[in-house]
Ligand binder design. Structure first.
Ligand SMILES: Cc1cc2nc3c(=O)[nH]c(=O)nc-3n(C[C@H](O)[C@H](O)[C@H](O)COP(=O)(O)O)c2cc1C
Ligand code: SF4
Length: 457
């Protein structure tokens, strides 16, 4: 299948982008047909958000555009903090211009005052590429009067959570506020919905509904406008049209990123993008980030699509797949994923921080051979309560990931408790990716020393 989001050769200049036939054609189509028809095209295309939730993009845009009488903003989410995911950085390296054009079209469609592109400050290469693309596109006359701001954010996982991202844009730490961006957007007035008690930075005196979309979601947009709904729907499935940029890391021969047609079986994605598991090994478990229930070896024929993953009780997430082979310990995996979520939890909702901390400690005890008969029940009790009063989805991730591992690999927990030791002591780091190139994944080794208060020991 020919790919369109990830070209074979990176697009590194505006001239190269214009030569693709898509550059500028997306914006021109939007301007010709107007905002309402642009939103209608995105709705009919069936494009769904690639940030993890799969929410229909056109419906999101229509909801923002319908809220007149207040300022509106566009935020593009390039935080890419999900372990096992590198696709947004791969896209920005391969073609930042299609993404910036998508931002401009989204701002036009919802009549936004300004757009904010949010990337981690540590993504220096991507920030440089996007900054250049914005300047070149404005010089080329593609939306000269658009205000596009680039925000360099913190490394915390929660920076990518949309309610926390709005806080960061307003100059505050990444602590999710209560209401979603379409209700309480950027610089909105009204009651303090953030974490602090002082006055916020308000503009315009309204709710300022704010559209938040992922980098990959927006990168699809100029192609749909330029080539049409039928072209986009000729790929993928009825409920998940198009392609997705998948990341495959973990126990595979050559970790990598690749654009695949939605609906491709997971097994083929692991083999095609990650070159499969090592000779003599088999797949034991696959996780889409740390946000969804485990996929087990008997489920590898699942189509990589929103409905495919939902049918097996999991979620496709941001299509960042972490593969574990038959030598991996699933108790250790549960411990490390729980620890990641515990460390990254912000603590605004006590059951989330305390519960994920207790679960992590109990899992560590079982993993190191110190676990007892009642520990599984104690973990279960915390899993029931960890989401109480949660402001954001991180607490749900803790529940989904840990409970799914407990269910699918209960025998390994029993084995640890009975033997008072781990039978599979080979350790895997949490694949928080710093880089991914030429079949080599570089993980953030520093993460292990991160403390629950976000300092580093
Ligand atoms: C803890 C947490 C971390 C998240 N991190 C990211 C991220 O790094 N990038 C992203 O696009 N979405 C992330 N999301 C999802 C966003 O909140 C939001 O749903 C998404 O950006 C919407 O864009 P989309 O509709 O285009 O998918 C995260 C959500 C949670 C709960
Ligand atoms: S659910 Fe957890 S991570 Fe989310 S806001 Fe509450 S304490 Fe913070």
């Amino acid at each position: 299948m020919p790919t369109f989001l990830l070209p074979l050769e990176p697009v590194t200049s505006i001239d190269a982008y214009l030569a693709t036939g898509v550059g500028r054609a997306g914006v021109e189509t939007a301007q010709r047909i107007g905002p309402a028809a642009t939103i209608d095209m995105i709705t009919r295309s069936g494009l769904r958000g690639r940030g993890g939730g799969g929410f229909p993009t056109g419906r999101k845009w229509a909801g923002i555009a319908s809220q007149t009488g207040s300022r509106r903003y566009v935020v593009s989410n390039g935080a890419e903090g999900e372990p096992g995911t590198f696709k947004d950085r791969a896209l920005l390296r391969a073609n930042p211009y299609q993404f910036v054009e998508g931002v401009i079209i989204a701002a036009f469609a919802v009549d936004a005052e300004e757009a904010f592109i949010c990337l981690k400050a540590s993504f220096e290469r991507e920030i440089a590429g996007v900054t250049r693309a914005v300047q070149e596109m404005q010089t080329a006359g593609i939306c000269t009067e658009c205000t596009v701001n680039i925000v360099a954010g913190p490394d915390e996982y929660l920076f990518g959570e949309e309610k926390a991202m709005l806080e960061v844009i307003e100059g505050k730490p990444p602590l999710p506020r209560w209401f979603p961006p379409y209700e309480h957007g950027l610089f909105a007035s009204g009651p303090q919905e953030g974490w602090e008690s002082g006055p916020g930075r308000t503009r315009g005196g309204g709710p300022n509904p704010t559209l938040v979309n992922n980098v990959e979601t927006l990168s699809n947009v100029p192609h749909i406008l330029a080539r049409g709904v039928d072209w986009f729907r000729s790929m993928g499935t009825v409920d998940s049209p198009g392609t997705v940029v998948a990341t495959v890391v973990g126990d595979v021969v050559a970790p990598d990123v690749g654009e695949i047609e939605l609906g491709t079986p997971l097994r083929a994605v692991i083999d095609g993008v990650g070159s499969g598991v090592h000779p003599g090994r088999t797949v034991k478990a696959v996780f889409s980030g740390v946000a969804n229930p485990v996929v087990t070896a008997d489920q590898l024929d699942v189509p990589v699509s929103y409905e495919g993953f939902s049918a097996i009780g999991s979620g496709m997430g941001a299509a960042g797949f972490i593969v574990y082979d038959d030598t991996a310990c699933m108790v250790d995996t549960a411990y490390r994923m729980s620890r990641f979520l515990y460390i990254e939890s912000c603590g605004q909702c006590p059951p989330c921080k305390i519960g994920s901390g207790e679960i992590t400690t109990l899992l560590e005890g079982i993993e190191t051979g110190a676990g007892g008969d009642t520990d599984i029940a104690r973990i279960g009790a915390w899993l029931d309560r960890v989401t109480d009063g949660n402001r954001c989805y991180l607490a749900v991730e803790e529940r989904l990931v840990v409970s799914s591992i407990l269910r699918a690999f209960s025998d390994e927990f029993v084995e640890h408790i009975e033997r008072h030791a781990c039978p599979r002591p080979e350790r895997r780091p949490i694949p928080k990716l710093l880089d991914l190139a030429n079949g080599v994944a570089t993980y953030d080794e520093r993460f292990w020393s991160k403390q629950p208060d976000w300092t580093y020991s």
